[in-house]
Design a protein around this ligand. Sequence first.
Ligand SMILES: [Fe+2]
Length: 255
Amino acid sequence: MNLLAIGDVVSPAAVQHLSRRLSQVQDAYKIDFTVVNAENAGNANGLDPDEAQALLDAGADLLTGGNHTLRRRKLYPLLDSDPRLLRPANLSAHAPGVGYGIYRAGGDRVLVLNLIGRMFMDAADCPFDAADRVLAREQGRYDYAVVDFHAEATSEKIALARYLDGRVSAFFGTHTHVPTADEQILPGGTGYITDLGFTGVQDSVIGVRSEIIIDRFRTHLPARFEFAQGPVTAHGALFTLTPDGKCAAVQRVVF
Ligand SMILES: [Fe+2]
């Protein structure tokens, strides 16, 4: 089973890039299932229903979220009605939508769980306990388990991945927009990378026009964010999963 995970899609221009390129990449790597983190795909942070639909049309099997997913109330009905949209499972019990689902990839059942970190992030329930609860509840109902952990701190990502090592097939981090070079198979057989990086204009500060962020750091004055303009690059990773639920290979994918 070839699983493609694409890092945070930032801006409608990045959505258009995936609309143009994703299907070619899926063919080239013989991808069976594609997960796209889409929390920033909308026009100004968050996710619009239109961008969500465009990403699904582009070939994403599933869209995961993060700290910005609930920013747009007009997304709430879609979060409640379309199981292909996830938000982190360990948010408040009042949050719309769901944090995991079990999906078909050919003859296989893939459980995808979206979690959010607690280091340098807003309040959330314990992601370790949330993962335990979901895996216990769904035991026997899936062939592969995949985790998107949307978190700031590398240590928290590594810790949760090692806690789940051997119990999930693939574990990738999102949120920082900076790809890490630590793709690996953990001792228990889980494929891992700390952060996929982002899909958007790389000539920027994590997708935003550099001058705006530089000014904000220098002046501490509020400023309106604007997406950077220019060529878009997508960052992600390919996980090759074996029938025993383990990962045989992880490689970064850039296009
Ligand atoms: Fe985020």
